[in-house]
Design a protein around this ligand. Structure first.
Ligand SMILES: Nc1ncnc2c1ncn2[C@@H]1O[C@H](COP(=O)(O)OP(=O)(O)O)[C@@H](O)[C@H]1O
Ligand SMILES: [Mg+2]
Length: 412
């Protein structure tokens, strides 16, 4: 029988599986920053003050079995089997137990770390060295597994009694929209679906991105700011500054997808701080943001440059890599709006702005590079190319901003 984990039975469960031998553990449900809708998370403090995070998957997939936590378990086993990956401190193993029957995963909880999203949100500081550490770590993972058959075969392992026919392609649009939508989303949010359907160029850009999807290395596939932890004493440390967590979506994938998802998380900080009003044009709103894009750009540039410096080969493999990162960022913004509508039943004018920006990133990635990074593609690549002798992008002279450089304030 499947056990339903709760704060009442968690200590008994840990004793039964041999992770807690006294009866003195404490369960702190409220201490966790936020649980996703698909998992139930519990934080337990043991008698020796060690903390464990227990995750139970609650949503069952179409075949009737939960599988996301299995992927994190598979990743954990991969780290054990290939120490060249497992010894990288930013991704080092944290899982201590997996119970396939009850879909429960237990992780060591790092109480010295905090979510990167919380750090940014609470302090409104964006130190480029943190983004630099993330870019280097991610590139290290992609580079170490790039086109390596042994890792690909390992990631193709299916849960017991199941088959894996191929790797999931995450470059998907919203799918077909059926009449049931009227009962499931608030009426304000229907505008999002109407606009999305109206923009034909958007669906065809997503279809091209899906067609071009090129799985070639191990990818995290859910690399948002809340799945990255930063050491609370990050200012004093050089090592182990960041940890990437929540490997439930990891698979054999396209490296541009990870970087695009992360870029979208940075852009959300800007887009969620817009001053939006029906009397203000989009370009003006984008410039009146409380957290301007310019404040985030040093981190965004540090992220992409450190990535390319640690994995320059990706530019030889895909000369359009940066453009694909931009497009995947656009796609991630669209999925973020959709998640907000389904989970929080929330959609407002700021989300319409986000959709417009997402559309620009997906349909005009060449122009968007200059807006998002504040520098051209060749300026991004130049410092990397000098060290690694890479081919230079040719298209700089065609770049245009996707909004005007100097927006006049109304009435001025
Ligand atoms: N090992 C850990 N150490 C510290 N904090 C963690 C750890 N694992 C998770 N967390 C915190 O708990 C949150 C939820 O965990 P996560 O694995 O991302 O679950 P979910 O599937 O609910 O997103 C994270 O965003 C992070 O703040
Ligand atoms: Mg998470």
């Amino acid at each position: 029988m499947v056990l339903s984990l709760s704060s009442h039975n968690v200590i008994q469960y840990l004793q039964d599986v041999g992770l807690c031998n006294s009866g003195h553990g404490r369960s702190d449900e409220s201490d966790l920053p936020r649980s996703s809708s698909k998992n139930f998370n519990l934080l337990v403090t043991l008698a020796d003050n060690r903390q464990l995070l227990l995750k139970q998957e609650r949503i069952i997939n179409s075949e009737g079995l939960p599988h996301e936590l299995f992927k994190e378990w598979l990743f954990h086993q991969l780290l054990q089997q290939f120490p060249v990956l497992g010894n990288v401190s930013a991704i080092a193993p944290l899982v201590v137990h997996f119970d396939e029957e009850n879909s429960i995963l237990v992780r060591n909880y790092l109480s010295d770390y905090l979510e990167l999203r919380t750090l940014y949100h609470n302090n409104e500081i964006f130190p480029p060295e943190i983004a630099y550490a993330i870019g280097t770590t991610l590139a290290g993972l992609h580079r170490a597994t790039f086109q390596r058959r042994e890792y690909k075969d390992f990631m193709a392992t299916a849960p017991q009694g199941e088959f894996r026919y191929g790797f999931y392609n995450p470059a998907q649009g919203l799918g077909s929209i059926s009449p049931e939508i009227f009962g499931t989303v608030p009426s304000d949010a229907l505008k999002f679906y109407v606009l999305y359907q109206q923009y034909e160029s958007l669906s065809s850009a997503i279809a091209d991105l899906a067609y071009d999807w090129n799985p070639c290395c191990l990818t995290h596939n859910d690399l948002k700011l809340n799945n990255i932890l930063v050491h609370s004493r990050w200012q004093q440390l050089d090592n182990c500054l960041v940890r990437l967590i929540d490997w439930e979506a990891c698979t054999w994938g396209d490296p541009a997808f990870d970087l695009g998802t992360l870029l979208a998380s940075y852009l959300e900080i800007w887009l969620k701080s817009l001053v939006v009003d029906h009397t203000i044009e989009l370009e003006e709103s984008l410039h009146l943001a409380l957290i301007p894009l310019e404040i985030l750009q040093p981190s965004i540039i540090a992220l992409i440059r450190s990535y390319l410096c640690a994995f320059p080969m990706i530019l030889e493999y895909r000369s359009d890599f940066i453009l694909r990162v931009i497009q995947f960022a656009g796609l991630a913004l669209i999925h973020q709006i959709q998640d907000m509508i389904t989970c929080q039943k929330n959609f407002n004018n700021a989300d319409i702005c986000m959709l417009q920006v997402a559309k620009s990133l997906l349909t005009m990635p060449e122009q968007a590079v200059l807006t998002i990074f504040g520098i051209s593609e060749s300026e991004i690549v130049n410092p990397v190319a000098k060290i690694h002798r890479l081919p230079q992008p040719q298209k700089e002279q065609q770049l245009l901003r996707i909004y005007y450089e100097k927006t006049r304030l109304r009435g001025c």
